[in-house]
Ligand binder design. Sequence first.
Ligand SMILES: NC(=O)c1ccc[n+]([C@@H]2O[C@H](COP(=O)([O-])OP(=O)(O)OC[C@H]3O[C@@H](n4cnc5c(N)ncnc54)[C@H](OP(=O)(O)O)[C@@H]3O)[C@@H](O)[C@H]2O)c1
Length: 346
Amino acid sequence: MKAIKIQKYTPTPSTLVPIVTSKPSASVYAPISVRITHCSPQHADILHAQGTHQNNNEKRGWCHPPFNLGYDFAGVVADVCPDAVEGDDHGLKKGDRVFGARIGAFADYISVRAATVRKVPNGVSSEAACALAGQVVSYAAVVHVARVKEGETVLVSGASGGLGSACCAVAKAAGARVVALTGDEGKAELMRRDMGIDVAVMDEERYWIDEVKGLTEGRGVDVVLDNTGMVNRAIQCLAYECRIIVLGFAARKGKMEGVKMKRLLLKSVTVTGYRFGKSGRKSPEKLEDIWKGFLGIMERGELKPILYGSYKGLEEIGRALGDLEARKVYGKIVVKISDDEKKPKL
Ligand SMILES: NC(=O)c1ccc[n+]([C@@H]2O[C@H](COP(=O)([O-])OP(=O)(O)OC[C@H]3O[C@@H](n4cnc5c(N)ncnc54)[C@H](OP(=O)(O)O)[C@@H]3O)[C@@H](O)[C@H]2O)c1
């Protein structure tokens, strides 16, 4: 099979090309072999390729070369190993359409534990499921961590990105008013049109915090979902006794900010960090609850991904990563790898 394999870290992920490598087979520890039909590059893939993600840390990390790059995927079950480790029960069979997130997704095949994948809900395309595969984080953040209530106003940073755009959609589905932040007026225009939300543009030239306050009649927002690393500026946008959920640091280039503690006190702000992967491993029951809710809003059509551009084949992963790095993308890139159904030979 072919895969985007990281044999050694690269500063330029956009130059990556697929190579021929061995196909992972279904085994006791990874009993579900999936033929990948779609995959979706994200910010963390760039960091993994460069070796700058916390998972690449030499002492504490688990992701070291050689490894197949990529995380979010959708595909078709190609094979099932009848023996699986205890607790990894599943009702999956050959031919089922599934989606999930696991390192090694930029490849023709991946083998995973059953708990890593879910069946694609009826009526949802594999392309849409792939775009949402990693975005269960957004549901967990909005519903379980921030506990957003109907009528609240939620500010989302990095809102044009994969996680950010899903956070906007989930918050809207929860009945909140959404104010989004992007770094680009062109993207802002598209987001206002396609997502039906208020968008403010964060650039150096304008005082966008006033714009956010104006959108909330001067009161400030109830919740900030921070994907870019802007806690100090979030505090300025908040109403009294409100909350900030720290989800990512996409804009910080590895350099964390020092938070102004006095401002936290003066506004009685609650700041909560949330790391989905770890929290799911520590509380599997909670994870099941989160998945149930997330699949529910997908099935009811309340969560539709915003798809960006057209990308086909593993050969286009480099271009996709380059576009992400250049901040051209609005919503999610989904790269089509193969067809959902095996085409009949005749
Ligand atoms: N907590 C968790 O469990 C969890 C799970 C998944 C991901 N994450 C983290 O969440 C963050 C967002 O992930 P994602 O997959 O949504 O990423 P993404 O698709 O690349 O989106 C990131 C967004 O951040 C904005 N941004 C602002 N300044 C930036 C900069 N200097 N460089 C790059 N982007 C910048 C961009 O929007 P504009 O160009 O419009 O400003 C971009 O659309 C990442 O830090 C990721 O590691 C956390």
